[in-house]
Structures are given as C-alpha cells and as structure tokens.
Design a protein around this ligand. Sequence first.
Ligand SMILES: Nc1ncnc2c1ncn2[C@@H]1O[C@H](COP(=O)(O)OP(=O)(O)OP(=O)(O)O)[C@@H](O)[C@H]1O
Length: 577
Amino acid sequence: MRHLFSYLRPYRVAITCIVSFIFIQCLGNLYLPTLMSDIVDYGVLKGNLHYIVVTGLFMLGVSIASVCFSIAASFLSSRTASSFGKVLRREVFSHAQTFSLREFDEFGTSSLITRTTNDITQVQQLVNMMLRMMIMAPLNCIGGILMAVYTDARLSLILVVMVPVLATIIALVFSRATKLFRSMQAKIDTLNRVLRESLTGIRVIRSFNRVSYEQERFDAANFDLTNTTTRVQKIMAVMSPALMLVINLSVIAVIWFGGLRVEHGTMQIGSLIAFIQYVTQLLFAIMMVSMMFFMIPRASASANRIWAVLQTKPDIVDPVAEDIKPSSAEPLQVEFRDVTFSYPGAETPALSHISFTAKPGQVTAIIGGTGAGKSTLVNLIPRFYDVDEGTVLVGGMDVRLQTQSELRAKIGYVPQKAVLFSGTIADNIRAGRQHASDEEVKRAAQVAQAIEFIEEMPEGFASLIEQGGRNVSGGQKQRLSIARALAKRAPIYIFDDSFSALDFRTDARLRAALRDEVRDAAVIIVAQRVSTVRDAHQIVVLDEGRIAGVGTHDELMGSCQVYREIVASQMAEGESA
Ligand SMILES: Nc1ncnc2c1ncn2[C@@H]1O[C@H](COP(=O)(O)OP(=O)(O)OP(=O)(O)O)[C@@H](O)[C@H]1O
C-alpha cells in the first residue's frame, strides 16, 4: 500500500489544506462543549440571559465555521481521492499496454479488469477515508481525553475501563474479519471471470445447451462471494450495536457518577454536560478509527494486486538507444534462424529449431495440423513473444534490436481471430493507417474483397460497426481486418489463418488480388487449406513445432510425408463432401 501512496505526492497542497481544515473543525468541536457548559453554569443556573444570548451566538458562529471547514475538507478529500483513483487507473492501464502477451496470459484479462476497476475503487475509498480520519480521529481521541480530564479528572477514571473494553471488541472483530476481507477480492475475480466467459461465449453455450451448467457455475461463484460478504456483514452487524452498547453504558456511568458528584457539589451541571459530550466524541472517534481499520485489509489486498501489475516488468522491452540499429532499406525479408520457443510452464517447446526465410516479393505459406505452432511462429515476428533460442530477423536485423513501434510499423498483421472496434467501417480500415485517403481505404477494401458487402450497406463506408463487430459476419470481419492491414501499405504482411472464414471462390479471388497489390512485400500466410497455399513460392510445413519440410507444392509432394498426408486428408474430405 505504501508504494501506491507515492501517487498522492502531487496532491500535497490539497492534503495540507484538508489536514488544516479538519484540525480547525476538530478544535471547534472540542470547544463547543465548553461553551455549552458555560451557558449552563453561568447563564441558565444564574439566570443571566445576556450571557446565554452572547455565548449562544458565539456557539452558533463556531458551529457554522466548523461545518464550513468540514464541508471544504470533505470536498477536497473526495476530489483528491478521485484524482488519485483516476491517475492510478491510467497508470495501470498504460502499464498493462506495455505487457507482452506473456504477462497478459499470466494475469488473465478478467483479473486485469478487476484490478483496474474494483481494486482501485477500494484503495480510493480508503484514501478518501484516511485523508479525513488521519487527523480527525487522533485529535478527537487525544483532545477528548485531555478535555475530559481537564473538566473532571476523577470522573475520567470511567474511561480507563471503557476504552480497553472498546479496544477488545474491535480487536476481536478485526481478527475475524481480516481474512474474510482479503478473500473477497479473489472471489470477485472469479465471479468476473465466470461472468465474462458466460457472456462472451453465449452463442456456444446456447448451441451446446449448456445454459444450466453455466448458470450453476455462476451461482457457485456468486454464492461463494455472497457467503463471504454475508459472514463479514454478520460480524460487522454485531460490532456496531456492541460498540454502541459500550458507548451508551459509558454515558450512563458518566451520568450516574457525575450526578453523584453534582449532588455532592464537587461538579457543576454544565461541566457534566460537557463531560458527556467529550466522552461521546472520544468513543465515536475510536469507532471511526475501527471502521477505517476494517477497510485496510481489503484495500491492502487490493493495493497488492494493483502493485503486482505496476511492478511487473514487461518481458519485452525496447533495446537501449545505443543498441538500436537503423532499419535497412525496404523491401524487407523475414528470417528465422534456429528458433526455439516455449510458453511459460509448458513441458515441450511450441517451436523447435525453426529456420527459413520469407523473401520480399514472395508468398511464404505456413501449413500444419492444429496446434502445430503456426500462430506461435508468426507471433514471434511482431515480437508478441521473445524467442528462447535463435533469432528472428526482420530486414536482416534481430527484432530485439529494433524498437517495437518501428518493427510493428513494418508489418501488416491480420490476426487469426478478427477483431474490429466500434466505429465506422472507414475508421476500422484507417486503424491500419490513420491518414489513408478515401481512395486508399476503398482500394484496400477492394483487394480484401470487402467492397461488395460494404457498398450494399445503407451507409457504405460510414456504416457503423458495433462493439466487437457484432453486426458483421465472421467472413466479413475477416475481410475488414485484411483491408485494415492492406491500408497500412507495409513491406511485410502476416495473414494468420485469415482466409478460413472465406468461401473457396472469395479466398481465390482475394489471393489473386493480393498478388498484384503487395507485389514487393514479404507475405506470410498461415493456412489450414492446401488450396490456399498451393501457389505459394514457398511452403513451410510444421509438425508439432518442428519443420517437416520447406519447398513448393510440387517439391513437397515429392519429399515431405507430412505434407502429402495433409493433402491426402483434404482430398479425402473433398471427395466425401
Ligand atoms: N498463450 C499460450 N499459452 C500456452 N500455450 C499456448 C498458448 N498459445 C498456444 N499454446 C500452445 O502452443 C502450441 C501451438 O499453438 P498454436 O496456436 O501456435 O498452434 P496453431 O498451429 O496455430 O494451431 P491452430 O491451427 O489450431 O490455430 C499448442 O500446443 C498450444 O496449446
């Protein structure tokens, strides 16, 4: 938590104001019972109306000033805590942007979302509370005790009994609730994960009739969280009345013993009234501190989770300035030199000893069964992951010696799962190159075989794509993400199984158009279908993370058993279809 508090540094002035305002407010609150006591002792008992009016007006003034300072402090502390939350959210978000896919895999998307939202809210609430309490509570406690002792030292002995009783109740509750508070954040994570999976996978869930299974899964996570929350609430529910009981008993004791002292003439009624107020103030201050202490375990669990994100060093970072090599002139080639790569925790490497070169002006196809490592291989080119051994070179230079932005500027990447953003179709294509002209956007759509369906839409390129591309088909989404990559006019193109949702005719037309459009580029196409890779200048056959063969279709038919098997299996499918 300490680390996160460093983000409060820019608010030093506001915090100083809050502390000063609350200090003044507390002084006012401590002064009021004395004035009240004076009114009773010197005004009411002596029938001095003038004294009552003057002191009463003075009390009113003190109260109004105290309220004003309190409002100002609340306003400032809420604003400071909100800004702190905003800065922290931005920090976590932008830090997560620097993560490589490895760190994303490690944290999990749901957990990153919870950490950026709910966890930060917990810390923000604690900061808001602390800004006010850190000065108010000790001041009210110490001031309350001092003023009580000053008003009547003997009667103050009651506090010697009451304060330890209160402290014991708080300590007991605290020790029981802390663990529960800590586990609540992890349970919110689980609930978010289940919810996310159930909502994003709704189509699959319905088609496989797994609605009731998902409902049970959600109920289990929901029940678990509710259960913990209820247990915490139960404990808290016991605490409040218990504390109130102690406070009320204290007041009764004060009235009882104070009454006796008034009767014996050793105490004045006004002082007794003031004394009751000081004791109440003191006990309430202890209650407030205890509330804050209850927030601490949960907020500190949240703070640890936020800090874990912030202090995670991205696995992939740009090289230091002196290591950066100037990029060579286009066109560029992509070369794999004896590359081996494993996912964290995996027993066997996803890729072993991969060597091949994708030349500019040529189409290099990667083919292989599912899980052969095709996507993993192309993910190494834009440096989504770093190799364990060997080197990936782009334009003759190790990708690790180029800045990520420069490297990625050279690559038009079409992911396996097409991703679109909410906005117009033109906006989505321009995500490839912001300043692409209308003509260039149209051209990219033409080559990607997307122009027909775009023009059929009521508003053409200005038609809106809904969140996640819900309102376009899988094939249309793929073609739009191809158009986006083409708009970039990059010297290297990677199509990761990007033609899978296209029918054979569109697939063939697109590849033909592509050949003319990206004539000089190094094109890497990952594919499952032999028909897609058949015309490639070079086909890399992957089998369980290893290269089983490299060559043209005809060469591989002669030399590569794995390739022949792929071709044979697809021909058999074609025949039986
Ligand atoms: N993020 C990941 N974390 C851990 N293992 C992974 C991850 N992504 C892929 N793998 C594993 O690495 C291997 C290669 O996966 P990859 O996605 O590269 O295969 P692929 O050939 O592209 O398959 P497909 O054609 O089905 O997309 C698989 O065994 C897979 O389980």
